[in-house]
Design a protein around this ligand. Structure first.
Ligand code: G3P
Ligand code: CA
Length: 255
């Protein structure tokens, strides 16, 4: 997306989730990406969680280390103490060398109450550990999501107060929406190309917010704005916020 000139203040019309942090400008799922997201005015950060060998939730997208760190093999084969020593930034750009794989605890402590944190649980094995950890952060503004709807349903049974987001990447969204409603979820998160007016109508009448993923192009932002989604997962929140802001200005000038 070509970034418009001007302020990047958060546009009021859409809630922006920085996908893996501001992953267009900093290495995904690192504190550098989360800081950049906050600086860009995102309302929340999205991150991915796996479990270390010793049962600690760690923030990384893949189940293996090669793509986003200088480590090797399965995340689950290494202890948290070993994982946090790896370089998780050099692959992105030399300036980010020395960025670490954060633990979920570190990110929650950093985010405090300032930002919402969408914890996407990548492996059902991490569910119980995430739930335990969240007890230490009662003031965190967390939204727990997963493609594993059975896991989300179990988490809801264990903690009915937990805010849940059901991820969808198939055309069978009606089943996902039904499960989300049954689990008292806050939101449904469809892959962007699966968003349709019937899906939005169903979610709206069920009281579910809709957060599509992942959007980068200005034309897509405009389409979702018109469709009336609640927010978007974006890789470059600064750019999208500027785009939304410029649109609001244009609309105001036309009024
Ligand atoms: O939560 C939305 C999105 O992050 C799901 O896909 O592969 O980027 O984790 P992925
Ligand atoms: Ca994710």
């Amino acid at each position: 997306m070509r970034c418009p000139e001007g302020s990047a203040a958060q546009a009021a019309t859409l809630f922006l989730w920085a996908h893996r942090g501001a992953s267009a400008v900093a290495p995904e799922n690192t504190l550098a990406a989360f800081r950049a997201a906050e600086g860009a005015g995102a309302g929340g950060i999205e991150l991915d969680v796996h479990l270390s060998r010793d049962g600690i939730p760690v923030v990384i997208h893949d189940e293996t280390l090669e793509r986003t760190s200088n480590g090797h093999g399965q995340v689950a084969r290494w202890s948290a103490a070993e994982l946090v020593l790896l370089d998780a930034g050099g692959w992105f750009a030399p300036a980010f060398s020395g960025e670490r794989i954060p633990t979920l605890e570190q990110v929650l402590a950093w985010a405090g109450e300032r930002l919402r944190v969408n914890i996407e649980i990548k492996t059902a094995a991490a569910g119980a550990a995430v739930l335990r950890l969240l007890r230490d952060f009662p003031r965190s503004r967390v939204l727990v999501s997963s493609f594993d709807h059975r896991l989300l349903t179990q988490l809801h049974q264990q903690d009915p107060e937990l805010s849940l987001g059901f991820l969808g990447e198939t055309r069978f969204w009606r089943r996902g929406v039904r499960r989300a409603v049954a689990a008292g979820a806050e939101s449904y998160h469809p892959r962007a190309d699966l968003v349709s007016r019937p899906l939005l109508r169903a979610c709206r009448s069920a009281g579910l917010a809709v957060y599509p993923w992942t959007i980068d192009a200005a034309a897509e932002v405009d389409r979702f704005l018109l469709l009336g989604v609640s927010g978007l997962f974006v890789n470059d929140p600064q750019c999208v916020a500027k785009h939304l802001k410029s649109k609001q200005t244009t609309l105001k000038l036309q009024e």
